[in-house]
Write a protein that binds this ligand. Sequence first.
Ligand code: JHZ
Ligand code: SAH
Length: 386
Amino acid sequence: MPIANGFLDPEDFSTEYFYELRPVFCENCLTFQIAEQPDPEKMFHPNYAFFSRTSQRMVGHFKSYADWVMDEYLSSPDPFVVEIGSNDGAMMENFSRKNIRHLGVEPSENVGEEARKHGINTLCSFFNLPAAEKIASEYGPADTLIAANVMCHIPDLHGVALGADHLLKPMGVLIFEEPYLGNMIENTAYDQIYDEHVYIFSARGVSNIFKKYGFELVDVKPQSTHGGSMRYVLARNGKRCISPNVEKQLAYEDNKNLHLNETYDLFRKRCELSRKKLLFTLQQQKKAGKRVVGYAATSKSTTVLNYCNIGPDLIEFISDTTPIKQGKYSPGTHIPVRPHAEFKNNYPDKALLFAWNHKSEIMEKEMIYSGGGGQWIVYVPQVEII
Ligand code: JHZ
Ligand code: SAH
């Protein structure tokens, strides 16, 4: 597989980087992982292609996430909140607007710069123990350390846990939400597996990992974002009451056999079937002389396109709203990425929905396309034309 967000120019095709995407299940900590983990600097750098603000729904979600953190965990007189992977500041701006002391920690300089334009105090760094030491000495201890869609991106969770332990006040909490293993398995959403997602967490996995560092899982809250996510709240052992949600979620996971190897064997079989069906559907469209365009050049699409071997012969181009991706080509399969205007000005017969996790937001935006007979090809939870 190539780097999922490595959209590129033709002169870079010959030197494109590939690695082996090999998902594994650890019977020890019960975490779904990828065995070969590309260097973080290959993914997170000054030209990082994902900007949080590309989804208005996510911007709204971050507001309610931030409001909940303020209500539940920021009661001290002059609280300090730190976000890991603050990207363009879509979450942090909710704190800065209320003049709450905040700091975003973001290694990808370009998205961090965008956050600064929104008035967000941003440190350009990976979060780890040295970063935590620097922050603590400059700002003092933190009340909460929050994150969304980043913890599962960090191979060095050891460094994160040590950093959290150093930075948090005694009653401080570490909160993060990430794509949930239960949803990925249930929906055969194999496109959640790519270089950035080095782990796909479950409550059991998170609890096992952080236990080693003196943290316990005190709450879990399912989220509908990104096709099904889970919010985890961790506190130091014995410091906070454990919500009954935790026991319930662990029981749910056992019930779904998330701790068994067989579950993952079956998952692989469903992925293979999904691949066959999607490829067949696209080939049928081609035979019938229909135009198919991809909708949203997501990171997830890199897994789908490369795993299914779908190239520019089957998809004319991929429409995307992110300027940095436009004019480039999709990683590995080299399908052109074009501005949304090209979709709008010349509707295809079918649109292959790569941002299926933003389906309702997109359906609302594309009523003219759908109303005029334009159809969608989806593949999660199953391949169908709608
Ligand atoms: P979206 C990224 O995943 C990468 P991706 C990362 N690893 C992760 O976990 C999540 O985000 C949080 C386009 N788009 O959100 C814009 C449209 O074109 O599913 C973006 O290029 N039109 C950190 O990339 C892309 O989709 C639209 O109407 O899979 C973002 O896709 C909308 C809503 C999006 O994330
Ligand atoms: N939280 C945002 C952004 C997710 S993208 C959202 O949910 O939309 C993941 C972000 O984490 C990227 O901006 C990436 O640069 C950053 N990141 C990756 N590894 C990191 C690390 N070790 N510490 C802090 N941020 C990291």
